[in-house]
Design a protein around this ligand. Structure first.
Ligand SMILES: [Zn+2]
Length: 88
């Protein structure tokens, strides 16, 4: 489904769709989240539709899960190293 587009709340007309990667800290874990938002070329205000906000929430949750799993994996590798075990 195509987004209908948004107008700038500051009255600058149509906003442009922008994809970006945002760094953020979620529950103490640093993650990078790809986001899709509308931005006004005139004043730089950012806005997202409800659909975009929902997608971002899901993306944040996924990125957080991945980051936590990665950390857990690294911990296991470190422990193996310390115990002088070869990776399975
Ligand atoms: Zn504007």
């Amino acid at each position: 489904m195509k987004e209908a587009g948004m107008d700038c709340p500051g009255g600058h007309g149509k906003m442009v769709l922008r994809r970006a990667k945002k760094r953020m800290t979620f529950r103490g874990v640093k993650i990078i989240v790809p986001v899709e938002q509308y931005i006004c070329a005139a004043c730089g205000v950012e806005a997202g539709t409800v659909n975009q906000a929902a997608r971002i929430q899901k993306t944040i949750a996924d990125a957080y899960r991945k980051a936590v799993n990665l950390l857990a994996g690294e911990e296991i590798i470190e422990k193996r190293k310390r115990l002088n075990l070869k990776p399975a």
